[in-house]
Design a protein around this ligand. Structure first.
Ligand code: C2O
Length: 343
């Protein structure tokens, strides 16, 4: 099969880019001093494992800690790479194709393809460590919104409090059981029906509809081309996209904030929604005995750039994020009730 060059972003190519029905706009970073990009290094294997807990199960002490970290992040100078809005820009940049690829005018985009899971895993890894560093806590971990589990199918209340709240959410949907298969329309299901529907959907997206890497991970986005690959994996389509749309404010033209790529990072719930997406990837990997998804250098060596918690500009390759145990975090186990929801 055809293999090309791994993708790299041309960091000096940032341009306005809202290709998904959004108005054109820009989320390019300030002109940060040019810095040598260094290879990502795994955390020390003896460092603590950060445990990401289900958002509906955390205690007050954790919530206070998380709020403190986000408050500090919001107070950093606006041009600081760790500033909350500059973190939000990262999502906007890579999700809307604001960078071109090196040696090409094709955009570097990480949605609708095999980069979806790896890129977001890298983003969460970086974001979590920055938050931890801001409060001096090496054990700090994000939470996950467990919309795949009946106990976690309501919007997590912690994200309606203080700095974790966001005003641009859907006032009609928010109090209900989440619709993991939301298609911009209320389906009028009872809570009980919605829960069963969510579980059946999860079974399909994770098991019966995801028997091959292409189906689960998305299509093979190659370097230098645009438009050839537009194939989402099962979970990217729903619950990923559908939950984004369910949370976003229906009164806004493209359902900002959560309902649009450029603005999703403005809502702190992004950092709990995506850990559950990531948890689904880890679960799927485990169900396949961690067999490598794609033995393809173009994928494995594609690189993403981030300022890490020490303000070092790093290159994280897809191959670096395939095994979360090497990244020293894991998910609290609350069970996977959808495994029994086979139709
Ligand atoms: Cu880059 Cu949930 O999207």
């Amino acid at each position: 099969q055809k293999q090309g060059t791994p993708l790299k972003a041309n960091l000096s190519s940032c341009h306005p880019s809202f290709p998904d029905g959004d108005q054109i706009g820009s989320c390019c970073p300030p002109a940060w001093p040019v810095q040598q990009i260094v290879d990502f290094k795994f955390p020390d294997p003896s460092s603590p494992i950060r445990v990401r807990r289900a958002a509906h199960l955390v205690d007050e002490e954790y919530k206070a800690k998380y709020k403190r970290a986000v408050a500090i992040m919001k107070e950093l100078p606006l041009d600081h790479p760790h500033n909350f809005w500059r973190q939000a820009d990262l999502h906007c940049i890579y999700c809307t194709g604001a960078y071109d690829q090196v040696n090409s005018i094709a955009p570097f985009k990480i949605h609708h393809s095999w980069f979806f899971f790896p890129w977001h895993r890298a983003l969460l890894y970086i974001h979590e460590r920055i938050l931890g560093k801001l409060i001096g806590d090496d054990n700090f971990a994000l939470t996950y919104w467990s919309w795949d589990h009946p106990d976690g199918m309501h919007f997590p209340t912690m994200f309606t409090e203080g700095v974790l709240n966001n005003t641009q959410r859907d006032a009609i949907n928010l109090p209900k059981v989440v619709d993991n298969n939301y298609r911009a329309e209320d389906r009028g299901l009872t809570d009980g029906e919605q829960i069963l529907d969510n579980l059946a959907l999860m079974y399909h997206q994770m098991v019966s509809g995801a028997k091959k890497p292409e189906l689960f991970m998305g299509c093979k986005f190659r370097s230098g081309v645009e438009g050839e690959c537009e194939g989402m994996g099962t979970v990217e389509e729903s619950p990923h996209n559908s939950v984004h749309g369910w949370v976003g404010n229906r009164k806004n033209p493209v359902k900002q904030d959560m309902g649009a790529f450029h603005s999703a990072g403005l809502d702190p719930i992004l950092y709990s929604h995506h850990p559950n997406i990531d948890r689904m990837w880890a679960t799927w990997q485990k169900m396949r005995d961690n067999e490598l998804e794609f033995d393809d250098e173009e994928w494995l060596d594609t690189e993403f750039n981030f300022y890490d918690e020490n303000l070092q500009l790093v290159r994280i390759r897809v191959r670096d994020v395939l095994d979360m145990s090497k990244l020293r975090y894991k998910y609290e186990d609350i069970g996977l009730p959808w495994l029994d929801a086979r139709p």
